[in-house]
Design a protein around this ligand. Structure first.
Ligand SMILES: [Zn+2]
Length: 209
C-alpha cells in the first residue's frame, strides 16, 4: 500500500500527501508505533549507520497525530540545519515548527479551537515540549468519546485518592501546587509533582488520610 493511503488512516486526509513527501524528501524512516508510552512521538537523529527516524503513536486522534508528526519533523529539520548545536525545543526548533505548520494552516485542516491552541503555543516563548497543557487539552477533545472518558488523569481523580501508574507504583493525590499536583508515593513516602494530565489508574474505593 502506498504511503499516502496508510497515512490517511491516521491523520487528516488532506495532510497525508505532504507528510508522505516529507518522508521521502528527508529520507526518514517513519514508523507508526504500537507502543503505548507517555510520549506522543519520537525523533532520533542519524546514528550508527541509521538515518533519521521518527515514530508516532498509532492511537492518537488525527489532529494530535498530525501535530506530533510536524513536531518531530521540525526536530529532524533542525538537526539537519544545526546538528547538536540547537537545543531540542529551542528557538531554531520553534521557528521550524512554525514554518512547517503553515501548509496545514493554509489548507484549513484544523478546527478553530485547535488552531488557536497551536498559534498561542507557538507564540509563547516558554512553551517547549508537546505536553503543553492547553494544546494537549484542545487536542484531547477530539479523541473518540469512549477512549477519552476511560482515560483518567491526576486532575480528574478526587483529592486523597490512591492511584497507580503503569509501572505499578502507588501514589496518593495531595494538594495542588501552582500548576501541578503534589503526590506521595505510598511505598517510599516520597513526594512527587505530577502534571494534571498525567494518566493514572484509580485504585477504586481507596483513599488515604
Ligand atoms: Zn520534541
Amino acid at each position: 500500500m502506498d504511503k499516502v493511503k496508510i497515512l490517511e488512516k491516521y491523520l487528516p486526509a488532506q495532510a497525508a500527501p505532504l507528510i508522505a513527501r516529507w518522508i521521502d524528501y528527508f529520507k526518514c524512516e517513519f514508523k507508526i508505533s504500537r507502543n503505548r508510552n507517555s510520549k506522543f512521538g519520537d525523533y532520533r537523529s542519524p546514528y550508527g549507520g541509521k538515518g533519521h527516524r521518527i515514530s508516532v503513536n498509532y492511537d492518537l486522534n488525527p489532529y494530535a497525530f498530525l501535530v506530533t508528526t510536524v513536531h518531530e519533523f521540525a526536530h529532524l529539520h533542525t538537526w539537519n540545519e544545526h546538528k547538536q548545536k540547537a537545543k531540542p525545543h529551542g528557538t531554531e526548533w520553534k521557528n521550524n515548527f512554525k514554518k512547517m505548520m503553515q501548509p496545514f494552516f493554509e489548507k484549513d485542516i484544523f478546527p478553530v479551537d485547535i488552531k488557536k491552541a497551536i498559534v498561542s503555543y507557538l507564540d509563547n516563548p516558554a512553551a517547549s515540549s508537546c505536553s503543553d497543557l492547553n494544546l494537549y487539552r484542545a487536542l484531547r477533545k477530539y479523541d473518540p468519546p469512549k477512549a477519552s472518558e476511560a482515560i483518567l488523569t491526576v486532575e480528574k481523580i478526587p483529592l486523597k485518592a490512591l492511584f497507580k501508574l503503569k509501572d505499578g507504583r502507588v501514589f496518593r493525590k495531595d494538594e495542588k501546587l501552582r500548576k501541578r499536583f503534589k503526590c506521595t508515593e505510598i511505598a517510599t513516602r516520597r513526594i512527587y509533582l505530577f502534571s494534571p494530565v498525567a494518566e493514572v489508574e484509580l485504585i477504586e474505593g481507596a483513599t488515604a488520610a
